[in-house]
Design a protein around this ligand. Sequence first.
Ligand code: PGA
Length: 265
Amino acid sequence: MRKPLIAGNWKMNTDGAGATALARSISEQSPGYGAVDLLVCPPLCYLKTVSSVLAGGTVMCGAQNMYWEKNGAFTGEVSAAMLLDCGATFVILGHSERRHLMGETDEMVNKKTLAAHAAGLTPIVCVGELLAEREAGKTAEVIRRQSEGSLAGLSEELMAATVIAYEPVWAIGTGKVATPQQAEEVHADLRKLIASRYNAETAERVRILYGGSVKPDNAAELLGQANVDGALVGGASLKADDFLAIAAAGTLLAPDDTKRPAGGT
Ligand code: PGA
């Protein structure tokens, strides 16, 4: 059974005081949300502060990027071990802003994914099509290429322990959200791709998050889809109440929903 994961991607937002206050507010209210895993990913410079605010609670801390080498002359980069040292247990990789603004390729995302696992960090590997690609009917092709390229060379165990985030680029920060049917179609395709490369059991274990303008008022419908196992939330994760309202939607179970038994696993 897959426990929903609600992850907040703070991107390059907040300041030191704001990050501390946001983390504290989420942490204080988190005991009511035990049925879902909660994760916040602050800017790198606040990682250590945020992880110490969260220490002893259930909210987890993650980073937004890393480099694949262990150490050396890579000015401005940080390694997986450094992130762990600052309290991160997850790292977002291949976010569309990194792919499209910073030129990250599937090959780079793959190196980072393997390095994250090697160090003991859980990668959240993002994939997603541009609007022009969706309109040209190329969504499935893009998702296959990105997921195969970014997730190459993982053992069955490491594949199962990887989180995938489907984030249609046209829905990120735009207020345009994929319909629950559009999200479910891609999520189901992703799970089929994993089943064909590995097996059904491995595919059933992988958590696949949806991201792109997830808000309190659309979260329940998206999270209610059979293959949507959580959300990667940008803008709405900067307000504790909105982030927790999305988490609350993740804890709601349809009576016939067998993927999420009460309390999760
Ligand atoms: P958004 O961002 O929720 O602001 O659309 C999502 C993301 O980029 O992870």
